[in-house]
Write a protein that binds this ligand. Sequence first.
Ligand code: PEP
Ligand code: MG
Length: 573
Amino acid sequence: MKKIKGVRISPGIVCGPIYYFEKGRLNVPRHFIRAEDFDSELQRFKQAIQASVNELKQVRDLVLDHLDEEHARIIDAQLIAVQDEEMIKAVENLMHQERKNVTWAYYEVMNEYEALLLKTYSQFFKERTADLKDIKKRVLHHMVGEEETILPDINKPSIIVAEKISPGDLIHIEHNLALGLITWEGGFDSHAGILARAFRIPYISNVDLIEELVSYSEIILDADNEEILLDISGSLKQEYLTRITEFQKLRKRIISAKVANSTRDKVPYHIYLNVGFVDEVEAIDPQLIQGIGLFRTEFLCIEQNTIPDEEVQFQAYRAVLKKMGHLPVIFRVFDFGRDKLLAMLDLEVIQEDHVFDEWGGIGFLLENPDILKAQLRALLRASIHGNVKIMLPLVMFTDEVRQTIELLHEVQRELQEQGIPFRKGIELGAMIETSSILEQLDGLADLVDFFSIGTNDLALYLIGSGRTVDLTRNYYHPKIFNAINLIVSAAKRANVPVTVCGEMASDPYALIGLTAMGIRSVSISTSALAEISKEISALDTKMLENLADLILSADSAATIYSLLVQFHQDCLG
Ligand code: PEP
Ligand code: MG
């Protein structure tokens, strides 16, 4: 048996075949050729090799100018491999013997070389497959042109293996076909991670050499223990299969018991849900929950690959509200930031967290008022069907809220003139998730009816570490707790309710810290609901009295983490 380690993004355990999803894959034309086409095909191949050689030489010069001889040697190795006589001969043979066209033959030969390297025991050779992939793409690109953006086309339930996965990719896979996810790159708070947890798809990332998995017909993904198991058999396999069956049962049961509404010492506590899809809401029993604390409306856009028009949005919001009855549903207006916008536009660019900050949130919508107006109209029209609240993402300045309120009044006037009914006095809230708004909390509290703390983005702004897998750095960082303290104090002064809707609230240790700071309301994904509900009902707020001071005087995330773990062991363990 062999084990490969990763980092857990979404819990669970599954067993199944692999589907290797290669994003931005080159379209490789495959057809048989006639004998008379042979020379022209070969000519095309040699020209593509020459063009690749020229390119690589330019890259080599650049590397020499900006780096050093050692790095330039990597390109030298590629230069040798791209013109390798044996490889060219193998392609020619395949064309001759099997009448395959040149792109097809070249693709197969290169794949064989990659497979050979992966079979060796040497880590060094395994890692060289990345060079071969590079070369293959380069030469094919010269023969066929642009890369084709593809969506996963899975036809049987499989564990998806990919370098990275965007929320858009994930949404386009039928949920029951995605048994599990394994990626090389990914983060706990990434939106793909949030989606995987929402769909209860076991997921681990930071797995090296994912290509190696392709040679296995079946693997076990044990995300609970952050590992992949290969070549497993006998009684050990049986043990795993028992766990897998248990998980499958659990996966179907979205929420099985009423969520807690108070702590052990009877202090009222709200636990709301974070959702992003109408289907997700359809599967929830409203009798068991307290409401929806964050509906990420931009997921509707990712689902449809476009911004849905007012009518389509209205239907979606109405369906959610009808299902939830009198329970509050907080719709956050579109937050087209970072990977969410990229997923929608299906852009293949490096997702440097900070590069896209200015694209997101209410600021973007105010620059594109037609989009915001249509959404507000849809929300207001749907409002008569339930208990709707509206929330603004990534608020940076109080003025953005003022402008939104003006637009909301304009939409209300329009609807009134058109005789379209809507609910008056809908509550408006602001997400607290940027560093600039932390300095304007009192002014903000005068404008809105509630605060909701987005710890995922707040960590990005305050610590700059982004949606990484290293939770210790994000959730237990002193800057985060200081900010939470500031927000809770401002909310108390203004008598404005405050909820935490970032992923931090799903972490049992961080939850203790949040409660110690005075938080009495969280919004979390369905996958965390059972555990967090249990933790809250076991918590005694009287025992938390000194903890807030200890947290606020701590000078490192490690100290805060050990304080919280200790408290958990002593009081809840
Ligand atoms: C957050 O930033 O914490 C949050 C809840 O919003 P999102 O993850 O959708 O940006
Ligand atoms: Mg956010």
